[in-house]
Design a protein around this ligand. Structure first.
Ligand code: ADP
Ligand code: MG
Length: 238
């Protein structure tokens, strides 16, 4: 394996799942990419990747007495290997989050780049496990000071576990926002490299509704260009 990235943020709804799949598709041009929905409590990557009907998911791998092999939860989608997670609260409660470490290790042996779509808050040990397991984090933020402050906390946490910062994706940037000022704020408050400023885009919402990642649904949209730029700036280590 080359590298594992956790796509993280302080709060929900910043665009982690959208970013995970967009970065994954961009990196899949060059690498074998595996995407895992490690947001096991609020999983929704399956809806973004047309996997609503997936029979076996990450939950089945995390529940001790379910006799399924890791490859049973891997789906070929959009040039990537995708491991969705189910949405059942009962399965979430039955899942043993500590098993994620072994699942990640097994998937890592067979891929170049692993992207972990991560839970939002730092609330519990299981919520931060993807950050702990990753080599680097991609922090997805909105271009506001509160969001930067959240990102700073995520970064501090990651660094305390030896996980480095790959950089920041500013998402949902409005046309009237000053991208230079945002990048300057990122440097001042956050210290992270700006990977891209992704515009607020109707195509992102339309992609979600269609069950396709943005880069499949609207590859020429400016938001898709921004995600490709972010993927190139990640500078994946061989
Ligand atoms: P998270 O995984 O961080 O909770 P999502 O990727 O699910 O966030 O995005 C939350 C919502 O915001 C989704 O409905 C998504 O379509 C929308 N969204 C994300 N990024 C953008 C964008 N750049 N422009 C417009 N809508 C966006
Ligand atoms: Mg999400």
């Amino acid at each position: 394996m080359v590298e594992a990235f956790a796509v993280a943020s302080g709060k929900g709804g910043t665009g982690k799942t959208t970013s995970t799949l967009a970065l994954g598709m961009a990196l899949a041009e060059e690498y074998d990419v595996t995407v895992i929905d490690a947001d096991t409590g609020m999983a929704n990557l399956l809806f973004h990747a047309g996997l609503d009907d997936a029979d076996v998911t990450l939950h089945d791998l995390l529940i001790a007495d379910r006799d399924v092999a890791v490859e049973d939860a891997v789906y070929d989608r959009f040039g990537m290997s995708v491991v969705p997670c189910g949405t059942s609260l009962t399965a979430f409660e039955a899942a043993d989050p500590k098993r994620l470490r072994d699942v990640v290790a097994e998937l890592a042996a067979d891929t170049d780049v692993l992207l972990l779509d991560s839970p939002a808050a730092l609330g519990s040990k299981s919520a931060v496990l993807p950050i702990v397991l990753a080599d680097r984090i991609v922090v997805v933020l909105q271009p506001t000071v509160p969001s930067l402050s959240d990102g700073l906390k995520v970064q501090e946490y990651a660094h305390s576990y030896g996980t480095e910062t790959a950089g920041v994706v500013f998402n949902r940037v409005r046309a009237d926002e000053d991208v230079e000022r945002i990048a300057e704020q990122a440097g001042r408050y956050f210290g992270g490299q700006t990977l891209a400023s992704v515009p607020e885009s109707d195509a992102v919402r339309a992609a979600r509704r269609s069950g396709e990642p943005l880069l499949a649904h609207a590859p020429d949209d400016p938001a898709a260009d921004a995600f490709r730029e972010a993927a190139a700036r990640l500078d994946v280590r061989d």
